[in-house]
Every structure is written in structure tokens, then in C-alpha cells.
Design a protein around this ligand. Sequence first.
Ligand code: PGA
Length: 243
Amino acid sequence: MNIIRAENYKEMSQLAAKKLVEQINEKSDSVLGLATGSTPEGLYEEIIKAHKEDNISFKDVTTFNLDEYVGLNKDNHQSYYYYMHHLLFNHIDINGGQVNLPNGDAHDLQEECNRYEKAIKQAGGVDIQILGIGLNGHIGFNEPGTPFSMQTHIIDLDESTRQANARFFDSIDDVPSQAITMGIDTIMQSKQIILIVSGSQKAEALEKLVNGPVTEDFPASILQQHANVTIIANRDALSELSK
Ligand code: PGA
């Protein structure tokens, strides 16, 4: 694993954006795997800047998001569909038909998981996957205990995840209890992975990811076995590793 140290959140976001821009410059029809949450917000700001100021074009790019809540429709402001359009897609020249998120409001959720997994394969697989990490070691919404062999699937969210994400909702009761997520196997098949981590509250999780045993009890630990992972973390997030 390659670890890049950023001074602060802004530098972490800039370094991650640079990687994505390099990928698109190399291959204009790249397939990008994208993430939601607080961590990538700065990255998306930098991408919009690269589009507006440096004419980086996304017209041939295809994207697949990691996950989506079950039961929220696209207009719901807490859906990841809304987040991605609001914070990124509406501000760049990406073709709406090449944007993919699981549909958490699908009538048949299992069928939706199968469709999503197949669509990723049909697109030729993910070239670069952006990941964050949850305090409990989840990547995507693969909570502790999820078998490493899983592909896109329905997951019951951990109570700790619902609590961590309650800040985006009016109350914890509004946080969905399930999501559709790419599985660990899906994530491990991406050609390159960029994990972004910010803040001292993530320091312990990052240390476990890098030095801990590879175990389904801490899903991110599987990344030790991926051939092309770059961790871009700020000083606070690296504080447990540099001890
Ligand atoms: P965060 O979420 O970026 O909002 O901290 C990361 C995650 O839970 O994967």
C-alpha cells in the first residue's frame, strides 16, 4: 500500500483530485467508482474546479457509486443520488446516461443488486475506485462480518453507522436501516483504489486497516491484499500510524 501524507483536508482533496484527473487524461473513457459521505466533498469541489478552470472533460467518463440507501427515492435530499448530482454531476459535463448508482427504491432489490453488478462488468470494470472508511472499518456499506466474497448486495446497517450518519437527517429515526452496496469482491476487482481519510477520529481505523489482521470483522483490512491501493490521509488521520 502506498501512503501519501497530506497536511490537511484541502491537500488530501487536491491530491485525490489530481489522481482522478491523471486517470482521465490517460484514458478519457475511464470508469470511476465514487463514494459519498463527508470525506469526498472536498474532492468533488476540486474536480469541479478542474473542469471549470482546466477544461477537464467528463463527457466520455462512466461512474458507479458504491452504495445507496434502501427506501429513499431520487428526490430525497438524503439519497446518494441527490448528493452526487448536487455536489458533482450537475456541475460537470458528464453524460447522465453514464452515471450509475444502485436504485434503493427498486421494487425488487435483489434483482437491482444483480443488475448493478452486471452493469459494472459490462462497462469493463472500475478503473479507479474512491473509498472512505467508516469508524467500524466498513468500506462502501460492507459492515463488519460481511463475507469478503460478496458482490453487490443488500445490507442491514450497523447501529453505529446509522448513528454516525444521523447528522445528515432530522432524526436517527429517519436514517434507513438498509442499503444496497457494492460487495467486497466488487470493490477488490477495481483496478486501482484510492482511499481518502481525514481527521483524528479516523486514526485508529486507519492504523487497523494498515497493520491489523485481515479479517471480515474489519472489512477495510482486505485492502492489504489489493495490488494497487493508495491511501491519501491527512496528518490527523495518520497520527496513530506515525506513533
Ligand atoms: P464519512 O463516511 O466520509 O462521512 O466519514 C465514510 C464512511 O462511512 O465510509
